[in-house]
Design a protein around this ligand. Structure first.
Ligand SMILES: *[C@@H]1O[C@H](CO)[C@@H](O)[C@H](O)[C@H]1NC(C)=O
Ligand SMILES: *[C@@H]1O[C@H](CO)[C@@H](O)[C@H](O)[C@H]1NC(C)=O
Ligand SMILES: *[C@@H]1O[C@H](CO)[C@@H](O)[C@H](O)[C@H]1NC(C)=O
Ligand SMILES: *[C@@H]1O[C@H](CO)[C@@H](O)[C@H](O)[C@H]1NC(C)=O
Ligand SMILES: *[C@@H]1O[C@H](CO)[C@@H](O)[C@H](O)[C@H]1NC(C)=O
Length: 236
């Protein structure tokens, strides 16, 4: 009988351990992220053991009704263990948290499950900024040149221009994360707002919008003539 229980346990663990590749989870530096236990939500968990995969250091456990999330100094005060779902939340992510985790759970029926997670920690994109290179009056309008730059490397920079009727030519230089936009704003439009969007994979962040004033008497008059601006908006 003892042998039988032993075998069941060993085979059970073996079966559970037939690991798929680890589930990939990503989080942002200084934010929180939740590592899912991957167990059936209907399971009633009696034991949860979260460990760092590579060196099998236990970091959070739930055994005999007792929760312990203060096992390792690196995670002190930064772990929340959900004893219902088995999920582990890591708060205030640090770069060193990016590693592989293993969770072993047991339910009230004595069934075991092992789940592995590979956590990557990313730096959030920073807001790009716009510099006005020039804003000069020309015949029948205003020529505006603006540059957008980002402190992040390897981002795509694109522009959003209001109103859409403004004529633009853009040019970007991925090597230094900058992009330039040449815009011709005619006297009928007489105003333009530029926003730069920095994106990487599925993440994106917009700059503050910039509305250059034309450096000329002609454009200047039109720009601070509130009537023409109001008219323009009520027409469109
Ligand atoms: C992250 O966790 C901390 C600590 O529990 C909490 O105060 C904060 O609201 C959480 N932040 C988010 C975005 O959920
Ligand atoms: C296991 O890895 C963690 C994180 O890298 C580290 O803090 C801890 O000291 C290691 N434990 C052992 C026993 O090597
Ligand atoms: C910028 O240039 C790209 C490629 O030339 C083009 O697809 C995009 O529409 C342009 N954006 C604007 C705001 O002009
Ligand atoms: C930038 O844009 C190009 C073309 O749309 C795309 O292939 C590439 O993956 C983008 N790069 C990033 C970092 O988002
Ligand atoms: C428009 O702006 C210029 C300089 O910025 C100022 O001198 C002028 O008085 C303004 N005109 C009106 C109608 O507000």
């Amino acid at each position: 009988m003892c042998l039988c229980i032993y075998l069941t346990a060993v085979l059970g663990v073996k079966a559970a351990a037939v690991a798929k590749s680890p589930q990939e989870v990503s989080g942002y530096l200084e934010e929180n992220t939740t590592l899912p236990s991957g167990v059936d939500p209907s399971w009633s968990l009696i034991r949860i053991e979260w460990s760092i995969f590579t060196n099998i250091t236990l970091i959070a456990t739930y055994r005999n009704g007792i929760k312990n999330t203060e096992r390792v100094p690196q995670y002190t005060g930064r772990l929340t263990l959900n004893t219902r779902s088995g999920d582990l939340t890591i708060h205030n992510l640090k770069e060193s948290d990016a590693t592989e985790y293993t969770v072993e759970v047991r339910n009230s029926e004595g069934e075991d499950k092992i789940h592995q997670i590979k956590l990557t920690v990313k730096q959030k994109l920073q807001q790009p900024s716009i510099q006005i290179v020039t804003s000069t009056s020309v015949e029948s309008g205003c020529l505006m040149v603006v540059t957008c730059s980002s402190l992040d490397e390897g981002v795509n920079l694109s522009w959003s221009v209001e109103p859409v009727s403004v004529l633009t030519i853009n040019k970007s230089d991925p090597s230094d994360s900058s992009a330039q936009l040449f815009a011709f704003v005619n006297t009928r439009e007489n105003f333009a707002s530029f926003t730069c969007i920095s994106s990487r994979d599925t993440e994106s962040v917009s700059s503050k919008p910039v509305t250059p004033k034309c450096d000329s008497k002609i454009c200047g008059k039109l720009l601070n003539g509130t009537h023409s601006v109001t008219n323009k908006h009520s027409i469109s």
